[in-house]
Design a binder for this molecule. Structure first.
Ligand SMILES: [Zn+2]
Length: 278
């Protein structure tokens, strides 16, 4: 089955991973800007990273027939440094016209601090000014519920942006309803250990029902740490095991991310069924 991984950090992965993803049916990925595993020392470090995301990575992906899209920001962890964050916010517009940029992300909160909240709001302002979609990271474990509430409260200030242009990621059982009921898209991240397994993700999808699952996406969030870039095919397998129809599975792993991304003027996905014909 063709699928899209809407959240994966391919700069941290090998070409072997691209090859495996392609063989498993992955036709497109979207890569949000995130924390590199260390704090970058200057705005030039971010300029190089944005260059990598907009020029280098799409070529690596194309070698395996995968379309590469990206989102730009300074992540919540480094947003603790407000002056560096403001320098990074100033250079982001230089890259917004690059053909694979879908919007601003993954912004959000890490430890739910006032500095993180300040920079979150400044990113939202930038997104509104430049008519960009937004992809949002919610904090992990014990900080998730409070962080998600804080994010939803802050988003409520931005009435000029349609809620269907915002995806709140890494939802779990206790946060998904808040996100969907408020009218946003929600992302479920599959982790190989400890967090959301394919079985838990399918439980969440089933509980969301027909209406809720219209705005649900599933991703691997594969990065430089323990993670599994092929986690979306694991979900496909789990859904088949439970007897879900092929069309419903396709909706979750392909149609839904495509519907969300299509709101960006740069999202132009070739139809995988006909891309090599004529
Ligand atoms: Zn991420």
């Amino acid at each position: 089955m063709y699928y899209i991984d809407p959240h994966i950090h391919m700069v941290s992965r090998t070409t072997d991973d691209y090859e495996t993803l392609a063989k498993m049916g992955c036709v497109a990925i979207s890569e949000p800007a995130f924390w590199a595993g260390f704090d970058r020392g200057s705005v030039d470090g971010f300029r190089d990273y944005f260059h990598q995301l907009t020029e280098v990575e799409p070529k690596r992906a194309a070698a395996y027939g995968i379309q590469h899209f990206t989102w730009l920001c300074i992540n919540a962890k480094e947003a603790e440094n407000v002056s560096l964050s403001r320098d990074v916010l100033k250079i982001i517009p230089e890259f917004l016209d690059c053909p694979n940029v879908l919007g601003i992300g993954e912004i959000g909160l890490n430890k739910n601090t006032p500095n993180e909240a300040t920079i979150f709001q400044e990113h939202m302002q930038l997104a509104v000014e430049h008519d960009q979609q937004v992809l949002i990271h919610t904090p992990h474990l014990e900080d998730k519920y409070q962080g998600t509430r804080m994010i939803l409260d802050m988003l409520a200030d931005h009435t000029s942006m349609e809620r269907t242009r915002i995806l709140v990621d890494h939802v779990e059982e206790h946060t998904v309803r808040h996100v969907l009921d408020a009218g946003y898209w929600a992302g479920i991240t599959l982790y190989p250990v400890s967090k959301c397994t394919p079985a838990r993700a399918v439980d969440i999808i089933e509980r969301a029902g027909k209406e809720g699952s219209r705005r649900l996406c599933v991703n691997s969030a594969g990065d430089w740490g323990p993670s599994k870039p092929t986690a979306v095919p694991d979900l496909i397998l789990e859904m088949r095991r439970r007897g879900h129809s092929e069309s419903f599975i396709r909706k979750i792993v392909f149609d839904n991310p495509r519907t969300f991304f299509r709101q960006s003027k740069h999202f132009d996905l070739l139809d995988p069924a006909t891309r090599n014909e004529g």
